[in-house]
Each structure stands twice: as structure tokens, then as C-alpha cells.
Design a protein around this ligand. Structure first.
Ligand SMILES: [Fe+2]
Ligand SMILES: [Fe+2]
Length: 293
């Protein structure tokens, strides 16, 4: 398969996986939910942060505005980019090979399979296994020409004040919404506890795959997909004021999912050939023969 270098080479990250590698440095512990930031640990984190990762957050924070998100949703949620079978979609995603370190990095499908297999090994419901397999498929946005900061990165609401619990929140100074009275108050365009269904999140792979899978998967699965990068809530509890009790209930599912995403990476590669029949049956149980992107 031909490697697409430029898709990952738009920078500043050498690979979009660098963001997730950085998450492991920021959240080394699967269980810990932030209760007031541990300042010493945070200083250590800042000290070891790569310049490319810092620049990535800067670009994300200045460019993810309310208008940007609405524009991307209007475009992508027409689903007129490409129609693929699930397997063609995985092949398509796998063109995102990290050329900075091709020997040691796993391809995208391996991360998805490691996640889904870890979920399966724990005897979780089959729709959660399927969620593990699909959760990062939205990264095909890279192949549609989106910059890294509109594909990966922590997700968070736009249209209201950016929380200071978001990593590198000081970069929001460069975001025009931060200076716009419509958007820079605690609730902005939203009502207190309006529910996350009514909130626009930053545009990225989570939001995209959530909308693609929405007709087919149960609600906890959709929460896992849409909020798996919403670290400012599931780790920092920064946006409870926009959430309903129903959201909080379903965030238990998001918290259950997160360790499988973040901590299931291993150098052992699952045997796709052996596993494929199981996943073919699972996909056929829940999904149509082709998906629209
Ligand atoms: Fe992800
Ligand atoms: Fe992931």
C-alpha cells in the first residue's frame, strides 16, 4: 500500500499519534480523575512536553471557533465525500502511516484492534467491542485534507467560555471567540445544564465518527465515540454546568471506555487474519454494507 506522507506531514506533529502518546504522559494513571490539578505533576508534564505537541495545542486552541465548527459540520455531515464498505474504510485509514518512525509504530488498524480485543477479553458487550474497533475511524479526516488540529487533540465545547482546565488554556487568548461577548461567558450560547446533545464540540475525529455511527449503535456507544477525547470533562470535570443527569449517567460508559483507548497499546500485533471472521459477523450484526463519509 502506498504511504501518504503529506497527510501526517502537515504538521506540527510528526504523526497524529504523537497527541495520544502525549496523553499518556499527561494521564499516566488509568484510574486517577483530576481533583484539582496536581501542580508538581503538571510542572513535570510541561517540562517534558515536546515543542511540536505544544505548537499543536496552540494551533488547535486558536483555530477551533464556533463558526469553524458549524462550517465543518455543514460540510461533513452531508456525508458526500466517499462511500465505503467497513473494510475499505479501514484500508483507507491505514494509508495514514507514520513515516517518522515506521519500524516501531503500529498502523491505525492495530490500535483499533488492540482496543477492541482488550474490550472483548474483558467480556464487555459486543457493541462495545465494535465501538473499540471504530472509535478512531474518524481520523480519515486527515485524508480529506484536514489539518491535524481538526482531527485529533482533546475535544471541548465551543460557543461558551473555554475552561482553564483544558491543557494549555493560555493559548485561547489567540482564539477570536475568547474576545467575543456572545461566546466568552460561562454559558455562552447555551442554557445551564442544557445537555451535551445541544452543545457543539470542537471538530475532530470523535465528532465525525459519532455522526457516522449515530443511526446504528446504542446510546452508551455513541457517548464513547463522541466524548472519548473529551478529557476536559471525563478527567477534569470542567463542563458539568452544561450536562444533564442523563449525560452524567452515560459518562460512566465514557470512563469505562477510556482505559481501553489510552492504555491498551502494546507491541504485540493482533492477528487480523484470524480475527477477521469474528469482526465480519459483528459488523454485519450492527452496520449496513457500506458507510457514507
Ligand atoms: Fe481517538
Ligand atoms: Fe484511540
Amino acid at each position: 500500500m502506498s504511504k501518504i506522507i503529506t497527510a501526517q506531514g502537515q504538521g506540527p506533529l510528526n504523526s497524529i499519534d504523537d497527541w495520544e502518546d502525549d496523553l499518556l504522559v499527561r494521564y499516566p494513571d488509568a484510574e486517577a480523575i483530576a481533583t484539582g490539578r496536581d501542580t508538581e505533576a503538571y510542572r513535570n508534564y510541561e517540562a517534558t512536553l515536546k515543542d511540536t505537541v505544544r505548537e499543536f495545542y496552540r494551533l488547535q486552541h486558536i483555530n477551533q471557533t464556533y463558526d469553524f465548527v458549524l462550517e465543518k459540520k455543514a460540510d461533513y455531515l452531508k456525508f458526500d465525500k466517499k462511500e465505503m464498505t467497513v473494510w475499505e474504510a479501514f484500508d483507507f485509514l491505514n494509508q495514514l502511516i507514520d513515516d517518522s518512525d515506521p519500524d516501531t509504530d503500529l498502523d491505525q488498524l492495530q490500535h483499533l484492534l488492540q482496543t477492541s480485543e482488550a474490550i472483548r477479553a474483558d467480556g464487555r458487550p459486543d457493541w462495545m467491542v465494535l465501538t473499540g474497533l471504530f472509535h478512531d475511524l474518524g481520523k480519515v479526516l486527515c485524508l480529506f485534507g484536514e489539518p491535524q488540529w481538526a482531527v485529533v487533540g482533546d475535544s471541548y465545547p465551543v460557543g461558551c467560555a473555554f475552561s482553564d482546565k483544558i491543557v494549555f488554556s493560555e493559548y485561547f487568548e489567540g482564539n477570536k471567540d475568547h474576545h467575543d461577548p456572545r461566546f466568552n461567558t460561562k454559558y455562552g450560547v447555551y442554557e445551564p445544564n442544557c445537555g451535551l446533545d445541544n452543545v457543539h464540540m470542537t471538530w475532530g475525529h470523535d465528532e465525525y465518527i459519532y455522526h457516522i455511527m449515530k443511526p446504528y449503535l446504542p446510546e452508551p456507544a455513541l457517548y464513547m465515540l463522541r466524548y472519548h477525547s473529551f478529557y476536559p470533562q471525563h478527567r477534569e470535570n470542567a463542563y458539568s454546568h452544561l450536562m444533564t443527569s442523563h449525560d452524567h449517567q452515560l459518562f460512566k460508559a465514557v470512563a469505562q471506555f477510556n482505559p481501553y483507548d489510552l492504555y491498551s497499546k502494546s507491541p504485540l500485533t493482533p492477528n487480523w487474519k484470524e480475527l477477521r471472521p469474528y469482526y465480519e459477523d459483528l459488523v454485519a450484526k450492527y452496520l449496513p454494507s457500506t458507510l457514507k463519509f
